[in-house]
Design a protein around this ligand. Structure first.
Ligand code: MEV
Length: 421
């Protein structure tokens, strides 16, 4: 059979048929197919309705970060993440933050922006003002699209309109500002934008191309702050190291990217655990970090008047409790129950607290002993298993490799041989 990726009707095939195709195309073994056939909390039928051409599901660990107090409320935080140390680090930082009462968080409300791009407008500046004159009509038209959202107090609330000078000439860009309540909102705002397009063409005499939400959700900000007492932090040296780490991230995009990656370790783990759109959150966060024209840190860390460490995080967080995948996978629902949140903004607030905690954990360890010793002890266990260690030998081999600072499969094998002698 000719080997081609042009396979007719793959989407209509059963799981078994798809597996046979993969077997002949990629040489998968029966063992590989058995692995792909294993179901977790998400069954094949449901997964197959979520995306196309499903051949299996994938599991990543769901851990619980402890010690969080957010706006005075004790919370346990589910985190879905493949990276060792993330859950422990968030828990450790949240424990330190308890010394200052935990995390205090506010939000700007669940407000999203839809963009409508109008090109070939004969008189762009007049058209812009003309569209503002139609504001009430535009909002009313948008709001006919989603009566449920209106019933909940959401809906299109405002307009922003600019004339954009682009490589292909001027275009009128209309922003529809929509309160999406407990939804992430992509569906709601995209529907509104598409419904408005023909009207806008009629009013402006231009042509509408794109009608889509903006992931730069800077109307949906969450702001978190925390304080770590100098006693809890462990000394002036640690504090100073953190302040230098912060100054480095603020001044240098190479460092800021990694600094923000540390924040996103926490943020995305909770976004993942609750079935929200990780790419939307990443895109929004990094664009927000570059809003001044230069990419910089999303957090700030400074010394307060009493000599304690004060930290803040301001981040756009377009997360929802309804719509998207959130209701489909039962694990997402269990995560939301663990969190005990009743609104999307409350979920965003906890996520921001986790992001701030995760950043603190990272820069504190970087400013002191470095990340490798912590990472290494977990990594060493994996290496020990790879070398063939089982049961209590895993911990013993791992411990010795870490002590010797030689975390390698060849050394693990030597230790195992020594133990058998
Ligand atoms: C690793 O996943 C994250 C860190 O690199 C973050 C940082 O450097 O701040 C430790």
């Amino acid at each position: 059979m000719e080997r081609t990726s042009r396979i007719q009707g793959f989407h209509k095939m059963s799981l078994q048929e798809r597996h046979r195709i993969l077997q002949s195309f990629s040489g998968l073994t029966e063992e590989d197919l058995k692995t792909l056939s294993k179901e977790g909390a998400l069954d094949f039928e449901t997964a197959n309705r979520m995306v196309e051409n499903v051949v299996g599901t994938i599991q990543i660990p769901l851990g619980i970060a402890m010690n969080f107090i957010v706006n005075g409320k004790e919370v346990l935080v589910p985190m879905a993440v493949e990276e060792p140390s993330v859950v422990a680090a968030a828990s450790n930082a949240a424990k330190l933050a308890r010394s200052g009462g935990g995390f205090f968080v506010t939000n700007t409300g669940p407000v999203m922006i839809a963009q409508i791009q109008v090109v070939n407008v004969p008189d762009a500046r007049s058209a812009r003002i003309g569209l503002f004159e139609k504001k009430q009509e535009i909002l009313a038209l948008a709001n006919t699209q989603d009566p449920t959202l209106i019933g909940l107090g959401g809906g299109a609330k405002d307009l922003e309109i600019k004339v954009l000078d682009s490589r292909l000439g001027e275009m009128v860009i209309l922003h529809l500002i929509v309160d999406t309540r407990d939804a992430m909102g992509a569906n709601a705002v995209n529907t509104m934008a598409e419904a408005l397009a023909p009207h806008i063409e009629g009013w402006t005499g231009g042509k509408v191309y794109l009608r889509i939400l903006s992931n730069l959700a800077d109307r949906r900000l969450v702001r978190a702050r925390t304080k770590i007492t100098k006693e809890a932090l462990g000394g002036e040296d640690v504090l100073e190291g953190i302040l230098y780490a912060q100054a480095f991230a603020e001044a240098d995009p190479y460092r800021a990217t990694t600094h923000n990656k540390g924040i996103m370790n926490g943020v995305i783990a909770v976004v993942n655990a609750t079935g929200n759109d990780t790419r939307a959150i990443e895109a929004g966060a990094h664009a927000y970090a570059a809003r001044s024209g230069r990419y910089t840190s999303l957090t700030t860390w400074e010394k307060d008047a009493e000599g304690n460490l004060a930290g803040t995080l301001e981040i756009p967080l377009a997360v929802g409790l309804v719509g998207g995948a959130t209701k489909i996978n039962p694990v997402f629902q269990a995560s939301l129950k663990i969190l005990g949140v009743t609104s999307a903004v409350e979920l965003g607030e906890i996520i921001a607290a986790v992001g701030l905690a995760q950043n603190l954990a990272a820069i504190r360890v970087l400013a002191t002993e470095g990340v490798q010793s912590g990472h290494m002890s977990l990594h060493a266990k994996n290496i020990a298993v790879m070398a063939g260690a089982t049961g209590s030998l895993i911990d013993e081999v791992a411990r010795r490799m870490v002590e010797e600072k030689k975390v390698r499969v060849d050394r693990a094998k030597e230790i195992l041989v020594e133990r058998k002698r």
